[in-house]
Ligand binder design. Sequence first.
Ligand SMILES: Cc1cc2nc3c(=O)[nH]c(=O)nc-3n(C[C@H](O)[C@H](O)[C@H](O)COP(=O)(O)OP(=O)(O)OC[C@H]3O[C@@H](n4cnc5c(N)ncnc54)[C@H](O)[C@@H]3O)c2cc1C
Length: 247
Amino acid sequence: MKNWISGRVVEKTHWTDTLFSVRFDAPLEDFNAGQFIQVAMDIEGERVARPYSLVNAPHERPLEIYFNEVPEGPLTPRLSLLEPGDSLWVSAKASGVFVMERIPECRDLWMFATGTALGVYLSILKTAIPWQRFEKVVLVHGCRTAQELNYQKTILMLADRFGDQFHFVPALSRERAAGRLPGRVTDLLETGVLERTANRVISPDYSHIMLCGNEAMIRDMRSLLEARGLQRHTARQSGHYTTEKYH
Ligand SMILES: Cc1cc2nc3c(=O)[nH]c(=O)nc-3n(C[C@H](O)[C@H](O)[C@H](O)COP(=O)(O)OP(=O)(O)OC[C@H]3O[C@@H](n4cnc5c(N)ncnc54)[C@H](O)[C@@H]3O)c2cc1C
């Protein structure tokens, strides 16, 4: 049985009608950037739990999660109603292997996120490890509309701090906006636009690709990468890409 601890909400930010972030205090055990926790609420006598990545780096408090409200889902509509002072349940321990320790040595690290999957990368990028290990870090965030490109302050802070070592590529699939690539990240990879924008080529010789978000993006990216000779990285076999599926 899971060991639940009580968390207390300290802040909530609504970015759009459905995207929101919750900051909360809870005595969580030490974790690695990139890991997720279980968040639960008691709904009609039942504890309903789902996994969520932490946005804060391990040294930062309060804890933070970036949520998408799924209107038909049992949990997220309730989480979106939380206010400062309210409580929620979280697992005492974080888990997951989408962490820097599992990424093999290489020159360039590419991080692909759709939607709220941006959060897992922010946790990692706020630690020293990726900046010590990789010559270049490219963060690609695919959203439908410009409104969904959140956490821009954190991204600007990273860009200021790490200069040319960091490249952020926002892509919008449903609208056009200045400074944002138009289209799905998979199409942008296929046409070569993404690599030209980042001024870097993805190659099995020196790149590692992290993929996090929806199933369709991960499936399509995998086929594109495999057609170019990149293999899935597992604990048993060294490869070039690593995945974490949210839904
Ligand atoms: C390892 C891991 C980490 C995750 N981290 C996050 C996170 O940081 N933030 C977050 O919002 N979600 C995250 N998720 C998804 C989350 O666990 C829930 O599935 C989601 O919040 C929906 O919960 P629900 O109970 O409201 O609806 P559910 O009944 O669980 O899902 C309803 C429908 O919503 C779809 N769905 C699930 N998640 C999303 C999403 N993020 N965006 C759009 N559609 C979705 C599902 O495919 C399903 O069809 C993560 C999932 C995994 C496996």
